[in-house]
Design a protein around this ligand. Structure first.
Ligand code: NAD
Length: 256
């Protein structure tokens, strides 16, 4: 019960990594507000988890993280329902990419930057203000990606947005330390969630072969790390990137 008594807001908590993290957090004793653009799926997840013996500790709110007012309202809702906020997991995101020279900025740049980059900034801002006003400190964990640290095929915009997440994390740690706030970014590799599951078996096998266990990472394995990072056991980790890439970066850096 490493998160006993903590309250967390998890964006993108209706699916994939976010949903696995909601489940892990409640098992560790936290109360969790799921914030997702897909309210139906978020509410279904909250009801299912409640029925599994966690009644009263998980709730859902609709929020589009690309709109600051909605993120601010999600933070306010978490405080209204559970009394305070201790952790935000800025995790909502979309993927996608086409060759740069075929880009239509309105389709290939703006949505990804609005959600994957601005959404994290808005989460840091809204939760950071709440943590400061409470005077309790807090933890900000944000989902970057291996693509935030390197160029990859068809990821021009996604890589930039995910690199911004790492930069925001460094700056947030630096600026917010005086309020007892920590910030950490994670860089998953290829995780078995709907973002990856939509691809062909052949592409999924290629992704798996680029990780050292020759498998896609389970979302629960990312959730375990997020729970650790949110806990006091990780108090010495601040402003940095924690790789949860199943050895992908080692694979890419090896000398053949
Ligand atoms: P997912 O599609 O299973 O979950 C994403 C969730 O975000 C969904 O519930 C979706 O409704 C929600 N969402 C999308 N747009 C939103 C918006 N504007 N506002 C609020 N919620 C919104 O995907 P996932 O793999 O669990 O992705 C979670 C995060 O992990 C994303 O930031 C993604 O970029 C990152 N990531 C995933 C992988 C991977 O291999 N799956 C690897 C690296 C990073």
């Amino acid at each position: 019960m490493r998160l006993e008594g903590r309250v967390a807001l998890i964006t993108g908590g209706a699916s994939g990594i976010g949903l696995a993290t909601v489940r892990k957090f409640v098992r560790e004793g936290a109360k969790v507000m799921i914030a997702d653009i897909n309210l139906e799926q978020a509410e279904a997840a909250a009801s299912e988890i409640s029925r599994e013996g966690y009644e009263g500790v998980v709730a859902a709110v609709r929020a589009d993280v690309s709109v600051y007012a909605e993120v601010e309202a999600a933070v306010a809702r978490a405080v209204e329902v559970f009394g305070k906020l201790d952790v935000i997991f800025n995790n909502a995101g979309i993927a996608g990419g086409r060759p740069l020279l075929e880009h239509d900025p309105a389709k290939d740049y703006e949505p990804i930057v609005n959600i994957d980059q601005n959404g994290v900034y808005y989460g840091m801002l809204a939760a950071g203000r709440q943590f400061r006003d409470q005077g309790t400190g807090g933890v900000i964990i944000s989902t970057s990606s291996i693509y935030g640290e390197q160029a990859a095929e068809l990821s021009f915009t996604y890589s930039a947005a995910k690199a911004a997440v790492i930069s925001f994390t460094r700056s947030a740690a630096y600026e917010l330390a005086e309020y007892g706030i920590r910030a950490v970014a994670i860089t998953p590799g290829r995780v078995a969630t709907p973002i990856i599951n939509q691809f062909s078996d052949e592409l999924k096998a290629t992704f798996a072969a680029e990780q050292l266990r020759n498998k896609l990472t389970d979302p629960e394995e990312i959730a375990n790390v997020v729970a650790f990072l949110a806990s006091d056991e990780a108090n010495a980790i601040n402003g940095t990137v924690v790789s949860v890439d199943d050895g992908y970066s080692v694979f890419k850096q090896r000398l053949d």
